[in-house]
Design a protein around this ligand. Structure first.
Ligand SMILES: [Zn+2]
Length: 561
């Protein structure tokens, strides 16, 4: 008897475990797990994502791949299901890109009947060149170098720098600065700008290329050249391969190139930076008499670049809901994990755009939310619907990763009940700092789309962090059109209701100063908890949040499906 009793109990217990149906879906209990979202967790992961070693996470660079691998390792470690393609967390996709491998500059000097190669410079990763390409230079350019002074042709003021030796088909070497006014005297037409000069040199005088003697010191020039060398093979002009060539940008054949003051001095036969400065002053004094003059130098420029197909990844992880039927539906929590990489340095010479707030904050936020759900599941709690963690790539290049996902969803769009997007959720804008209220988040979408979705978020806020929900940008007719300007819109256009969580534009937006030390760790975890609690509410809601805003329905009806 006893034996039989034991066997029976085993028979009863085992199927219960195998079905894994014994999760509690209690909303209040799940809400408690928002406490798993901690400052320490966010600091640890944001610290990695925003570190200099990831070099600003530009799409198509090794830094972004490191970030992607980091996300994969994390989701693997907490056992979330991969929901990219082929059983992987990655959803790879192809982009058309313009990639520059190197730009080669060979300078020759005529000596009697001979021509000597006197300098061979290459703009390439880890090489510092005497030249930095500015604008143009789509094809090779070869020609003699003619010194054009300030390169000004302004008949009103009787300045005709270019009427000496011909610059047609040649490189014209000029000072970067345009001397409009010196000590109160108008030397040339004050409205004469960079554009006028470019048009004069290229269109009116047929120069093939422009060599600008940098206003910077030689040291500053070397720093710029070093920074530039790091960007030389970064893919540019990205567009989704499956949607055709997209916005192929026009690169003009002429080049607008910077030359180091030191090397310009050699070509002009003066003594280094000081010599350049003296030459500049004497040219300025005789501005009306100055005429272009030949040098004995010749420059051959060859770009090695072209259109390529590159690959990048969305990272997708799945947390299955507990309700046997509702688990087929999914709440998407998303954020882009790419940023803008390397660019012009700030005053401190920092050229890495770390993107801590944009959008390291959303990326680490998603990880913290996934971790909270994971902890809840470990202790027997799960929401009814499933949650999809969607880290999209190439946002900064035109919302490409989210567009790709929305055209190739790994869970059908019809089963996607809502999308919660995060992009910059860890700082405050000047308006709120001035007003002394930094405990806020902008909500965009929500009530503009679905009253029910909005009330689920409001309820989550009331029951937990209770922060100020600012609807400042929340207007379909807002001139900034923020509601269309981040990744959520790729769901919105397919009429999936969305809420966009955002803390606004600050002084370090798309600048090297967007670093972790300026993140507000008081408010940031509170926003992440609000998003977690909103997801719990939506995932447990009895129905799906209905789209009920007529204006939104009208706008989305106009979208190509
Ligand atoms: Zn962003």
């Amino acid at each position: 008897m006893k034996y039989l009793f034991l066997s029976l109990s085993i028979l009863i217990i085992i199927p219960t475990f195998l079905n894994a149906q014994n999760y509690s879906t209690d909303t209040e209990e799940l809400t408690r797990y928002s406490e798993e979202i901690t400052v320490d967790f966010l600091k640890e992961h944001l610290g990695v994502l925003a570190s200099d070693s990831l070099a600003g996470r530009d799409t198509g660079t090794p830094g972004l791949k490191i970030a992607a691998d980091y996300l994969v390792d994390f989701y693997e470690s907490i056992g979330l299901e991969p929901k990219g393609v082929d059983g992987s967390y990655f959803q790879p996709f192809e982009l058309n890109a313009m990639v520059t491998d190197s730009l080669v500059y060979k300078t020759y000097r005529a000596e009697g009947a001979d021509t000597l190669l006197i300098n061979h410079s290459t703009e390439a990763p880890n090489e510092i060149s005497e030249f930095v390409r500015g604008v143009g230079g789509a094809g090779p350019i070869e020609g003699d170098i003619v010194f054009g002074g300030f390169g000004v042709d302004d008949s009103l003021n009787n300045v005709r720098n270019l009427e000496g030796d011909s610059i047609a088909g040649k490189w014209v070497l000029i000072f970067e600065e345009i001397p409009t006014v010196v000590e109160g005297d108008t030397l040339i037409n004050p409205s004469y700008g960079t554009r006028d000069r470019l048009i004069t040199l290229i269109r009116n005088y047929d120069a093939s290329g422009i060599l600008l003697i940098s206003d910077q010191s030689d040291r500053e020039f070397r720093d710029m050249a070093e920074m530039n060398s790091k960007t030389i093979n970064v893919p540019e002009n990205l567009s989704l391969a499956y949607r055709g060539s997209g916005q192929s940008s026009y690169t003009p054949p002429y080049a607008y190139t910077y030359i180091s003051p030191e090397f310009a001095a050699e070509i002009l036969g003066v003594d280094g930076e000081a010599g350049i400065q003296e030459l500049k002053e004497s040219t300025l004094e005789n501005l009306q008499d100055f005429r272009s003059q030949k040098t004995s130098y010749h420059l051959k420029y060859t770009p090695y670049e072209g259109e390529r197909i590159i690959e990048t990844n969305n990272v997708v992880a799945y947390f299955e809901g507990a309700d046997p039927i509702l688990k087929d539906e999914v709440v998407v929590i998303m954020g882009h994990y790419d940023h803008v990489g390397i660019g012009s340095p700030n005053e401190e010479g920092d050229y890495i755009y770390n993107g801590a707030d944009d959008n390291g904050s959303g990326t680490a936020g998603l990880m913290a939310i996934a971790n909270a759900f994971h902890q809840a599941a470990e202790e027997g709690y799960k929401p009814k619907r499933s949650i999809l963690f969607l880290h999209v790539s190439a946002e900064e290049s035109g919302l490409l990763g989210s567009r790709y996902y929305s055209d190739h969803p790994t869970i059908p769009i019809e089963q996607t009940v809502a999308a919660l997007n995060t992009d910059m959720i860890s700082r405050s804008d000047p308006e709120h700092i001035e007003a002394g209220n930094t405990d806020y988040v902008y909500l965009i979408g929500g009530d503009l789309i679905s009253t029910q979705l909005d009330s689920l978020v409001l309820d989550a806020n009331q029951k937990s962090v209770n922060m100020t929900l600012d609807r400042g940008y929340n207007d379909l007719n807002d001139p900034t059109q923020i509601y269309r300007r981040s990744d959520h819109w790729n769901f919105g256009r397919l009429r999936v209701p969305f809420v966009f969580f955002f803390t606004g534009i600050h002084e370090d937006y798309h600048a090297p100063g967007d670093e972790i030390h300026d993140v507000d760790f008081e408010k940031y975890p509170r926003i992440v908890r609000l998003i977690y609690n909103s997801a719990v509410n939506i995932a447990n809601f009895e129905g799906r949040p209905q789209v009920d805003n007529e204006e939104f329905i009208e706008i989305t009806s106009e979208q190509a499906r």
